[in-house]
Write a protein that binds this ligand. Structure first.
Ligand SMILES: [Mg+2]
Length: 170
């Protein structure tokens, strides 16, 4: 079974912060749109699709990610994680508010999570609580997803396949 890939938007796909200017891949968006939308590199779509994972939006963008971002990236509409109400499910100290919800959504499957806010606390929690391999990979929001990030995910997915099927061709 293909690993899930939970994808954050602000940071990994829409870079922000840092000291170097961000390239623009489209004209400046209209005033009623997300102000940094022109920073989304359409090449991320095919790169993400080539990772061999089932892509899932894991962002506060919700369904808007399918309406606004998927077409720019050349991706089909993707499943969207619904977030728990924090009043019902308070976040444990030090953990990201997405961490437990994503492990629950994975339902025991291997998963990758790409986000600019992941810390060691989230990784430790996933190791202790998720029964399958999980790659919680922090993306630098100043650059967004880089070739090095894709290489890390790709080799992890390859190792997962070896573990599951005993062959990279599996
Ligand atoms: Mg983010």
């Amino acid at each position: 079974m293909r690993p899930l890939l939970f994808l954050d938007v602000d940071g990994p796909l829409i870079p922000f912060g840092g000291t170097s200017p961000h390239p623009a891949y489209a004209p400046e968006p209209p005033p009623d749109a997300h102000p940094l939308l022109h920073r989304v590199d359409p090449a991320h779509g095919p790169r993400l699709a080539a990772l061999g994972c089932a892509l899932v939006w894991a962002t506060t963008w919700g369904q808007e990610a399918n309406e606004v971002l998927a077409p720019r990236l050349g991706l089909p509409p993707l499943p969207v994680v619904d977030w728990p109400d924090e009043d019902d499910d308070p976040v444990a100290a030090g953990l990201h508010w997405k961490t437990r919800a994503l492990a629950a959504r994975a339902e025991g499957r291997p998963y990758v999570w790409l986000d600019d806010e992941i810390t060691d606390a989230d990784r430790a929690w996933a190791r202790a609580h998720h029964p399958a391999p999980a790659l919680l990979h922090r993306v630098d929001p100043a650059t967004g997803l880089t070739a090095a990030d894709y290489a890390t995910v790709s080799s992890w997915v390859g190792a997962c396949r070896v573990a599951e099927y005993g062959t990279r061709a599996g």
